[in-house]
Design a binder for this molecule. Structure first.
Ligand code: NOJ
Ligand code: CA
Length: 699
């Protein structure tokens, strides 16, 4: 039967079309239907509760009719998929990818029979769906001007949100009903330099929601590779969320050529908060690794010449200059300001400390020329990424690090002059190879060049992926800061160990900081897409230690800083404080030395967004477990059944917890360390101070 004839047949009976599939465990059901105008819609039900009411799907195109209505269903395919795979690194060593798939091929008979495929994957814990634009005679290049995807919710759910913003996600979270969201407050967050708040009722994804009947819903996206990031516009009366894409410099959203597809839109749902944290939907919806030989990819624990700049003890810049152009300056003749952090001597001190305490790497920021004139000028040529300051002997340092079996971590602050970075990155990566740097931390502070682009638009999304790809070709690893938030792409590019892309610990050094609940929300939001380089482990909590005029502080106890190594999953973990501060608390520092960074298994024991998280993880290829428990500003008792331990065996647990009188604000640096023999029958009950936490190693 010719396609034309087939279509005619289909049109005659598909004005209202409806098809339902259920998840492998039958708990979720997804209904696709078209309404009388031929608008595609979907609906998601869990048990007998509606999660997403009938919601519209569609894509608005620029300069041609939209993919929004007048559709008929040309064909329908359903299938089941069930496989397991092993991540290169991760929270668990085996991941099951089990879903029912529904593929709907839609045709617009009145627009030259243009075709659009909707692909739904229904898991036991949620749904992923995307738009696919097949190769076809009547569609080749096209521009997306809007995405019309709706998520029609059933009520005024509680939301954990940050303002929708084209440039940054470095906000702290606010918890309100959807009807009370006022994202304009983002404009007053002065400590974020490059920010572009969208409007009052726009929030970022991942968006974490809780319903009045205690269902947890997380809305996000997976596999963002060639498309802008998705924000959510809230209809505050009808509780409808609509996809809002980050535009480019001329206001378009995405430039596409068939065959192509959108990222996946995801809805994870459970009656247990812990199951949101253990969901693997985002990873499963990403493509498998594009890197064949992954043997060179290694999780890393590192220290660095970094915090000392954030607390003002030393500087990134070598000299203090005003209005001097980098290109016109002979760096060798500058007068040093006496505060430069990245010196050969100081680097060797860090290398010695890393070697002594078993760290894999040392990051050094401010090693390369350009920091005198890098910030906020929207300047095209700032860094060249290959010229060290005169007091940083790269040759000598790389030899010294190699002799101590410590890896150097490169730093490329691009100052968001991305055109400049693109021109120079080949040479910069060769430089890294020459001096034996296996990993780079990139940074995108300030406004983007090409001017008019935003951090989270399609052009920048492509750039971040290009960096990961180019690094992979060179067998180098990546930790990107101020990049778009991750969407599970570390499955495809496992050399992309971590991103920042949220408000990290650094904000505690020089701003109002991160409220005690912050770290209990991040795993439900930003970390849904992948690991975060949060940079935990700050022991010197109050900044007035360095300068009596300072009022800033870390908003946790010291014990909670330890717990973050377990609760905030990352294969790249920094011990962020100064070696001098660790020397004063070597007993507590022992936990940071011991804690694993790659895992065979993970058990989320108890969790509530905004309140607490307790998690246990088994170290990769070892019979050791590590537990982290954190709380918000409220004191709490963590209840930890050790049933994950092998039955009948005895273990030694070392418990690093808050002291009786600890408090994040008044008394943050007191802690206690106790050891005891435990077995799988034990249930530990551990008191967490306000803003406190507890870290346990079990061997
Ligand atoms: C912002 C990054 O997040 C931070 O870690 C870094 O030190 C500064 N940029 C300077 O590049
Ligand atoms: Ca940052």
């Amino acid at each position: 039967m010719s396609r034309f004839l087939f279509l005619l047949t289909v049109i005659s009976f598909t004005t209202f079309y409806s098809q339902t599939i259920t998840s492998p465990d039958k708990n979720l059901s997804l209904t696709f239907s078209t309404d009388k105008e031929g608008i595609p819609t979907y609906q998601l039900i869990r048990g007998n509760k509606t999660i997403i009411r009938q919601s519209k799907l569609g894509i608005e195109l620029k300069d041609s009719p939209s993919f929004d209505k007048g559709f008929v269903v040309a064909s329908v395919d359903t299938s089941t998929f069930d496989e397991t795979w092993n991540p290169v690194w991760g929270e668990v060593n085996v991941i099951r990818n089990n879903y029912k798939e529904l593929q709907i091929t839609l045709v617009q008979p009145f627009v030259n029979n243009r075709e659009l495929i909707l692909r739904f994957r229904l898991y036991n814990d949620g749904l992923g769906f995307r738009y696919e634009f097949p190769m076809q005679d009547n569609l080749n290049y096209f521009i997306v001007s809007n995405e019309l995807t709706q998520f029609c919710l059933t009520g005024d759910h509680t939301a954990f949100w940050i303002p929708g913003d084209y440039d940054t996600n470095e906000y702290y979270y606010t918890k309100t009903p959807l009807s009370k969201v006022d994202a304009l407050f983002g404009k007053t967050v002065n400590e974020i330099f490059a920010k572009t708040v969208i409007g009052k009722n726009f929030v970022q994804s991942p968006l974490m929601l809780k319903t009045n009947d205690s269902l947890y819903i997380n809305i996000f996206e997976a596999a963002l590779v060639d498309y802008p990031a998705m924000h959510l516009e809230i209809d505050q009366t009808n509780f409808i969320l609509t996809s809002h894409l980050v535009p480019d410099a001329v206001g378009n959203k995405a430039y596409m050529q068939t065959p192509c597809e959108s990222p996946w839109r995801t809805i994870i749902v459970s009656n247990k908060a812990t199951e949101i944290l253990s969901s693997k939907i985002i990873l499963n919806l990403n493509e498998s690794s594009k890197i064949d030989d992954t043997s060179w990819i290694r999780p890393m624990k590192y220290i660095g010449i970094w915090w000392e700049m954030h607390i003002g003890k030393s500087s990134w810049n070598y000299a203090d200059l005003n209005n001097v152009s980098l290109t016109a300056t002979d760096w060798k003749s500058l007068t040093p300001n006496g505060k430069h952090g990245a010196t050969t001597e100081r680097t060797k001190y860090y290398i010695d400390f890393a070697a002594k305490h078993g760290f894999d790497g040392v990051l050094v920021e401010g090693w390369n020329v350009g920091w005198e004139d890098w910030f906020g000028k929207w300047k095209e040529e700032v860094f060249d990424f290959v010229t060290p300051y005169p007091d940083f002997d790269v040759e000598e340092i790389s030899k010294y690090a190699a002799s101590k079996n410590v890896k150097m971590i490169m730093h490329h602050e691009t100052s968001s002059s991305v055109t400049n970075y693109e021109r120079r990155m080949d040479e910069a990566y060769l430089f890294m190879k020459k001096y034996g740097y296996p990993a780079v931390k990139t940074g995108y502070v300030a406004r983007i060049i090409p001017r008019g682009e935003w951090h989270d638009g399609q052009w920048m999304v492509q750039h971040y992926v290009r960096v990961a790809e180019k690094l992979a070709q060179n067998k180098l690893m990546l930790n990107s800061h101020e990049s778009v938030r991750p969407t599970g792409l570390h499955r495809t590019y496992p050399n992309w160990l971590a991103c920042e892309a949220a408000r990290g610990n650094e904000f505690n050094a020089w701003s109002v900081g991160n409220p005690p609940e912050h770290e209990t929300i991040l795993p439900f939001t930003r970390l849904m897409g992948g690991p975060m380089d949060y940079t935990p482990g700050i022991f010197q909590i109050k900044m007035n230690f360095y300068d009596p005029n300072k009022t800033e502080q870390i908003h946790t106890t010291l014990a909670k800083q330890l717990a973050l190594y377990v609760t905030m999953y990352s294969p790249l973990q920094m011990a962020a404080d100064l070696p001098e501060n660790y020397e004063k608390h070597l007993d507590a520092f022992q936990f940071i030395k011991d804690v694993a960074i790659d895992w065979d298994d993970t058990k989320y024991i108890e969790a509530e967004p905004g309140d607490f998280i307790t998690v246990a993880r088994k170290a990769k290829n070892k019979k050791e477990w590590f537990v982290g428990a954190i709380t918000d500003e409220n004191e709490r008792t963590a209840t930890i059944p050790l049933s994950f331990l092998d039955e009948g065996k005895k273990y030694i647990a070392t418990i690093y917890s808050d002291a009786e009188d600890s408090h994040w604000e008044n008394n943050p640096m007191t802690y206690q360390i106790n050891t005891k023999t435990v077995s799988s029958k034990d249930i530990l009950k551990i008191k967490l101070a306000p803003g406190g936490g507890c870290a346990i190693s079990i061997k």
